[in-house]
Design a protein around this ligand. Structure first.
Ligand SMILES: [Zn+2]
Length: 294
């Protein structure tokens, strides 16, 4: 037993003799890495942090080891928010907004918006995407609960919190099949409802589970680490430019003297001069060959 804070970890837990499972996530350095790259107004930062915690929780509800992306597209002030978790529990995220942004409900911060969850199992398997309107949802957690209701049809509750230091979340989910304890879901959901954002951000997972569920038998599994990492690469940027087509890329080159592509998630810059651009398109359609990085 340890009383130190849980940092950048995911903890799964189950309630013994019930069909209710849970997950807790805490993002620290992984959240700081996102905040170091861009300064967000407080309401945007809160929403982005909550979304980062949420996407990690969501990744535990899918069978595959691929990537899970949560995207909010709204009519503003926040116009776009994208968070992603990939194999190895690597997270990244970004938000776009228009000033001014005032603290408010989700509906006020994103306006009329769509919430899309994309699951990419990788290895050539088909992607799955579920989209719901966020409607009048007051919080991201509420909007996600609506998503689960429609797509997964598993009763699911989420609690999300973020500040300038940490982001955290808890998920409770009732799995199919009757547990021996028929009243468990109602009881655990009510106990969970007393959780405050302050407790979620400050307590260790053991403390938190004890505070909420001390009369229940909870089994906490080993922690899984979560970290910030971007998967942008020269190869992906090559593919992006090829997608634009040679005419468009030559125009960019003529205007700017070089083609400069900067990754929004991590700030990494990829530059192409005239020779790079011609090579990019000369190589098109040929089998992949290892290329030298500059
Ligand atoms: Zn990147």
């Amino acid at each position: 037993m340890t009383t130190r804070r849980d940092r950048d970890v995911l903890h799964r837990f189950v309630f013994e003799d019930t069909n209710v499972r849970g997950v807790l996530v805490h993002l620290d350095a992984s959240w700081q890495a996102v905040l170091e790259r861009r300064t967000y107004p407080d309401p945007v930062r809160t929403l982005l942090g909550q979304a980062m915690a949420a996407v990690v929780l969501l990744s535990t509800t899918v069978k595959y080891q691929g990537s899970v992306t949560l995207q909010l597209r709204g009519r503003g002030p926040v116009t776009l928010l994208v968070v992603q978790v990939r194999p190895g529990r690597h997270v990244r995220g970004i938000a776009h907004w228009r000033d001014p942004v005032h603290t408010g409900t989700l509906a006020e911060v994103v306006g009329e918006a769509q919430l899309a969850i994309t699951i990419d199992p990788g290895e050539g398997m088909d992607r799955y995407q579920g989209i719901v309107e966020t409607g009048a949802a007051r919080t991201l957690a509420q909007a996600l609960e609506g998503y689960f209701e429609r797509s997964e049809q598993l009763p699911t509750r989420l609690w999300l919190a973020a500040d300038g230091v940490r982001a955290a979340g808890m998920l409770l989910q009732q799995l199919p099949g009757a547990g021996r304890d028929a009243d468990a879901w109602n009881r655990l959901e009510h106990l969970g409802a007393t959780l405050t954002p302050g407790e979620l951000l400050q307590l260790t997972d053991r403390e938190l589970l004890h505070r909420l569920f001390h009369e229940e038998r909870v089994r906490l599994f080993e922690a899984d680490p979560v970290s910030f990492r971007c998967d942008c690469s020269r190869e992906r940027t090559d593919a992006l430019l090829r997608g634009l087509g040679i005419d468009e890329v030559r125009t960019l080159l003529a205007e700017q003297g070089r083609v400069h592509v900067e990754c929004e998630f991590c700030g990494h810059a990829y530059d192409y001069d005239a020779v790079d651009v011609e090579q990019l398109f000369a190589a098109e359609g040929q089998p992949d060959v290892p290329r030298t990085r500059h």
